[in-house]
Design a binder for this molecule. Sequence first.
Ligand SMILES: [Zn+2]
Length: 104
Amino acid sequence: MQHVRDCGAQLFIISRKGGTLLAINDFIYRSNLKRFGPLGDKVYWECIHNRSKKCRSRLKTIGDDLYVTNDVHNHAGDRQRIELARRSGMLIYKKFSAIGILTH
Ligand SMILES: [Zn+2]
């Protein structure tokens, strides 16, 4: 498991459907932002192709720390979708600890 301590601002995609999407290394992860753990600061993220392609890549964040539980994807990255979001002004930078107050 990879552990990245105290991440800076991360790239999020504002989704029209109201979900919160995280872009890392051309891959996109989705979370319902449900909080777990004793401090309520643990959030789970799964690849957006979890259902359609049964991709098992997943992450978790605890505060601003990122834990890569599984970084093996069974598909190519989503660079085009991220670029499209960038051109549409749908990308925002926030720290993990600030995503509870994402504005849509
Ligand atoms: Zn994947």
